[in-house]
Design a protein around this ligand. Structure first.
Ligand SMILES: [Zn+2]
Length: 141
């Protein structure tokens, strides 16, 4: 799409706008002519080609602006992609924080659970079974 037949798109635009002008003229005339004739309802001989040309010119103008439209669509897609990436990063960071703490707490609990306790020979307070010194009174076990 990039720089592909830029003249073709210019022609689409020019023809589209010319036909749009013609169709608007026809539609305006369809109301003016009919009002002089019967006072109401647009003239079908002008109205029908007017509507047809309006649709055709709209199609051509949209085709003519295809490079611009695709550029806008591309920019929107990029923006959405960037936003999504940022959001996903936030979610990942938050999840990481949560799981980090959860794993740490679980690991600590498991470690505590696996520990065996005994009583100090001197003060009788609870100490780890493998400790050489009492953490309360400091005496050797
Ligand atoms: Zn002790």
């Amino acid at each position: 799409m990039k720089n592909k037949k830029p003249k073709a798109f210019l022609i689409y635009k020019l023809v589209g706008f010319c036909l749009l002008a013609v169709s608007i003229t026809l539609l305006v005339l369809s109301f003016i002519v009919e009002s002089e004739w019967k006072g109401h309802a647009p003239h079908p001989a002008l109205m029908i080609p007017g509507v047809f040309l309006l649709a055709l010119s709209t199609g051509l103008i949209i085709r003519g602006f295809a490079p611009e439209l695709s550029k806008i669509a591309l920019n929107n897609a990029r923006y959405i992609q960037q936003e999504t990436r940022d959001t996903q990063k936030d979610i990942a960071d938050t999840t990481e924080d949560i799981s980090h703490d959860a794993i740490k707490n679980t690991a600590r609990a498991v470690k505590e659970g696996l520990k065996d306790y005994t009583s100090c020979k001197h003060c009788g307070k609870q100490i780890d079974v493998d400790s050489t010194f009492c953490k309360h009174c400091g005496k050797e076990q």
